[in-house]
Design a protein around this ligand. Structure first.
Ligand code: LMR
Ligand code: MN
Length: 942
């Protein structure tokens, strides 16, 4: 049992190293039986069984199986089927025993064999188990007998086991061979299948690869084609771009070349021009230089000649003087000689004569010497002068040269600038061109629009014409009807006249134009109104035609006549035609002459007629017309006013006075009549005192019809003449405020706008110096010719006629007036008038005069203003004693002989002569220099 003990020990260690779980099962299984199992056989069995089962457990690791075995063992342990169990256990033991022993002997190696055999044990598992169980039970129940039996059985089972072993080994071998063959077959099959699969896979893969290759190749091909196409396209594009670029470059180069050429050409032209300019300048310079030199030479020559002449004159004068002296001396000597003649001898006379001759000779020699020395002195001076001149010329030349260089420099710069400017200009031009193009387009558009407009107008015109024709037709129809009606009326011969008249009257009462429409006209009032409408619409030609047509049927219709006169009047105005105006005048007259013209129409026509006659300048006819109206409408102030003004215009102040007085009789406070009457009293009667209360109407009433410059002018003047200066200036200031005067001092009433206004002028401010010089150069001639006319017998000088004189004698002798020469007077001072013929801006001045002005001592001229600012007045002093003076605005001056003073006589001026003898001046009126030629030609004379 020692061996078993070892085995057990070994097994135990093996168990400890093996399956722990299994060991646990075993210990638990055997737990309760251990107390009864105390012999070595029992222990060995368990060890064996444990080893076997442990091996089996290790081999299979079959939990299920172990659990079942454990179960079974438990059952058998407390089970009544002990016998059967015993046997079975014995068998098991017999069966297991050899293995255990072998295992014990061979150790681990054999144990592995046991393991290998386990498959067989597995087949017989249950059976073996039972045997083992039996054995166990046997051992448990009878350990001794079990031992004998076991030995016997051991022998048997050994044989059996060996046979079995052999069989098993054979079986095993066979099975092994079979398994191996099977394995081989399977392996072969598997390999073949694998090979096949691999081959298949390979084939598929190959196919796939080929397909893939093909696809890739295809794709690659396509990609390649695409790439090539792309490349080609890019290359093409590049080529085109390149071509384009080259073309562009070429174009640019061409442009550049052209520009260069152009520039070169321009430069060449500029150079040529510059050279030409230089040449021209040089030539000019040369010419100027030559001219200047010639001029200088001429001047020098002239000067020299002048000097020579003067020297000669001087010399002659001296000689003359000396001659005279000599003659006086001679006379004296002769006298002496005569006295001594008696006392002295002929020799003495001879001696004296000789002496005188010698002296004379000597004197002449001396004189000659003096002359010579003077001449040489003059020559020397001349030479010096020439040197200085040369030096001056040289310097001048140098200066010129510098200037020329500067000029050249300037030219270059200018050229540069011009080039720049040219470029700017070019750009501007291009822009302009564009703008122009745009403009043209716009213009075209406009033209189209215009065309459309024209077309539209033409259409309108056609429509208008059509309408007119229709209307004319209608009118003709209307006329025809009226004629018939009239005829019918005539035939009935007043049978129903009363009734009808009543009807007509009733209708007429409400007709707006009833006051200017007679009964006959009322019958055609529609037609007359239509004509009036045409005038209203400014359709003047049509109106004229219309009334003309009416007049062919109704030649005495006052309204048709009036309508015709109106349309003609308006047409004349529109066309600025005097012929038409005259036609209109004649037609208005016809209205007044017609048989049945209603009063209102008569008045209307008369007023229009008067107005037109005045406009035409036919004032007396106008007055006659107004007179006609006044006779017809004596209580009508309007027509009286017209008549009064008309008389004033004609200068028929007395008639005017009567008219205005009449108005005041009718209407006491009539301001219009007051101012006009005041004006007459002041101007005609020269009665400032009485004029003031009448003229003051302008200060008392703001009525527009009396706010006229002339009334302010005369009212202020009235105050001035009464020495009520403050009041005068109140009036003037008010006139300025009303825009009637240019300023309180400048009160002219016929003015030009926007020209220089100053009371005193310097000659250089006038621009007329050349003319003034002609006169100053000849002032003595002017004086002398004028003086010859002072004698009252000549009748040349006439008293001043403008009522400006306060006291004294002031006379004028007029050569030119209103731009016209007084031929009769000029014949008396022909040289003066010859001179005046050269003074264009004076002799052409229609708003001025040229006259001598003679003032006797004691004169005072009232402060006054000339009528117009369009002239300036130059006074040439001819005979100027002490005493005369003139105030213009705020400054007082006097005259000097042979000199001009120049005033603007539209400014207030006043003259005194407190001297002892006559003062004579020539008054020359010039056009104000600010008035241009054209205006000069259009202004009315004053
Ligand atoms: C004037 O022009 O009113 C006077 O100066 C004329 C004159 O003879 O002084
Ligand atoms: Mn004057």
């Amino acid at each position: 049992m020692g061996k078993q003990g070892n085995f057990r020990g070994k097994k135990a260690s093996k168990k400890e190293n093996g399956n722990k779980q299994e060991s646990k099962v075993s210990s638990q299984t055997s737990g309760s039986k251990k107390r009864r199992c105390c012999g070595g056989g029992c222990l060995c069995f368990f060890v064996l069984l444990s080893a076997l089962l442990g091996g089996v457990g290790v081999l299979y690791s079959n939990q299920e199986y172990c659990t079942q075995l454990d179960k079974v063992l438990r059952q058998y342990a407390g089970n009544e089927m002990v016998d059967e169990g015993y046997h079975k256990a014995k068998d098991a033991w017999q069966f297991v025993k050899p293995y255990a022993e072998i295992a014990q002997e061979k150790g681990t190696e054999l144990f592995h064999k046991v393991k290998e055999s386990s498959e067989i044990v597995l087949d017989k598992g249950t059976e073996l188990f039972y045997k083992a169980k039996e054995e166990i039970e046997k051992l448990l129940n009878d350990p001794k007998s079990t031992k004998d039996k076991t030995e016997q059985e051991q022998k048997l089972s050994e044989e059996k086991r060996k046979a079995e072993e052999k069989r098993l080994a054979e079986e095993k071998l066979k099975a092994e061979e079979k398994r191996k063959a099977e394995e081989k077959r399977v392996a072969e099959e598997k390999r073949k299948a694998e090979e096949k699969r691999i081959a298949e896979e390979k084939r598929v893969a190959e196919e796939k690869r080929i397909a893939e290759g093909k696809r890739i190749a295809e794709e690659k091909k396509k990609a390649e084609e695409k790439r090539l196409a792309e490349e080609k396209r890019i290359a093409e594009e590049k080529r085109i771009a390149e071509e384009k670029r080259i073309a562009e470059e070429k174009r640019k180069a061409e442009e550049k070349r052209k520009a260069k050429e152009k520039k070169k050409e321009e430069e060449r032209i500029a150079e040529e021009r510059r050279k030409e300019e230089e040449k021209r300048l040089a030539e000019e310079k040369k010419k100027t230089e030559e001219k200047r030199k010639a001029e200088e030479k001429k001047l020098a020559e002239e000067k020299r000649k002048e000097e020579e002449r003067k020297a000669e004159e001087k010399r002659k004068a001296e000689a003359k003087k000396k001659e005279e002296e000599r003659k006086a001396e001679e006379k004296k000597l002769a006298e002496e000689k005569k006295k001594q003649e008696e006392r002295k001898l002929a020799e003495e006379k001879q001696r004296a004569e000789e002496k005188r001759l010698a002296e004379e000779k000597k004197r002449q020699e001396e004189k000659k010497k003096v002359d010579e020395s003077k001449e040489s002195e003059a020559k020397k001076k001349e030479a010096e002068k020439t040197d200085a001149e040369i030096r001056r010329l040289e310097e001048e030349f140098k200066k010129h040269e510098e200037e020329r260089q500067m000029e050249e420099k300037k030219l270059v710069e200018q050229k540069k600038k011009e080039e720049e400017q040219r470029l700017v200009e070019q750009k501007r031009k291009e822009e302009q061109k564009l703008a122009e193009q745009k403009k043209k387009e716009e213009e075209q558009k406009m033209a189209e629009q215009r065309l459309a407009e024209q077309k539209r107008k033409e259409e309108d015109k056609l429509a208008e014409q059509k309408k007119k024709k229709e209307e004319e037709k209608k009118i003709a129809e209307e006329m025809r009807k009226r004629e018939e009606l009239n005829k019918a009326n005539d035939e009935r011969e007043g049978k129903f006249v009363l009734e009808e008249d009543e009807d007509v009257n009733f209708e007429k009462a409400t007709y707006p134009k009833k006051d200017i429409t007679n009964d006959e006209d009322y019958n055609i009032s529609d037609l007359l109104d239509l004509g009036d409408d045409f005038i209203q619409e400014k359709n003047l030609e049509r109106a004229n035609d219309h009334f003309e047509q009416l007049l062919t049927k109704y030649p005495n219709s006052p309204r048709a006549l009036y309508g015709k006169a109106r349309s003609l009047d308006k047409l004349a105005e529109k066309q600025r035609s005097n012929k038409m105006l005259e036609e209109a005048i004649a037609t208005y007259q016809k209205v007044m002459d017609a048989k049945d013209t209603p009063d209102e129409l008569f008045k209307k026509a008369g007023l229009k007629l008067g107005e037109k006659l005045e406009f035409r300048g036919w004032n007396s006819k106008a007055a006659a017309t107004y007179q006609n109206l006044v006779s017809k409408f004596p209580s009508d102030i309007t027509v009286r006013k017209k008549l009064g003004v008309s008389y004033l215009l004609m200068g028929q102040n007395e008639k005017a006075r009567r008219v205005f007085s009449d108005i005041l009789d009718i209407d006491k406070g009539n301001n219009f009549a007051r101012v006009h009457l005041g004006f007459i009293v002041k101007v005609t009667d020269n009665n400032p005192l009485e004029s003031i209360p009448l003229l003051r109407a302008i200060m008392e009433s703001n009525s527009k019809e009396i706010q006229e410059g002339k009334f302010y002018f005369q009212l202020g003047d009235a105050y001035q003449r009464l020495n009520q200066t403050e009041k005068a200036y109140e009036v003037y200031e008010r006139g300025v405020k009303k825009g009637l005067f240019l300023s309180k001092y400048q009160r002219s009433l016929y003015n030009c706008d926007g020209i220089k206004a100053q009371p005193w002028w310097k000659p250089e401010e006038t621009g007329y110096q050349q003319y003034l010089k002609i006169l100053t150069d000849n002032w003595k001639l002017i004086r002398d010719e004028g003086m010859k006319q002072i004698d009252p017998k000549t009748g040349s000088f006439l008293p001043e006629q403008e009522n400006l004189l306060d006291k004294g004698q002031w006379m004028q002798f007029t050569l030119y007036a209103r731009g016209k020469k007084n031929a009769k007077n000029c014949a008396k001072v022909p040289k003066v008038c010859d001179l005046l013929d050269q003074i264009t801006p004076a002799k052409s001045c229609v708003r001025g005069q040229i006259k001598y002005s003679l003032m006797k001592p004691g004169v005072h001229v009232w402060p006054h203003c000339g009528p117009t600012n369009c002239r300036i007045r130059a006074h040439l002093g001819l005979v100027i004693p002490e005493g005369p003076k003139i105030r213009v605005a705020d400054e007082t001056r006097t005259w000097k002989e042979g000199q001009f003073i120049i005033i603007d006589d539209s400014f207030e001026h006043e003259v005194w002569h407190t001297g002892a003898s006559d003062r004579l001046i020539l008054i020359v009126d010039f056009w104000h220099p600010d008035i241009d030629e054209k205006t000069r030609r259009t202004l009315d004379p004053i």
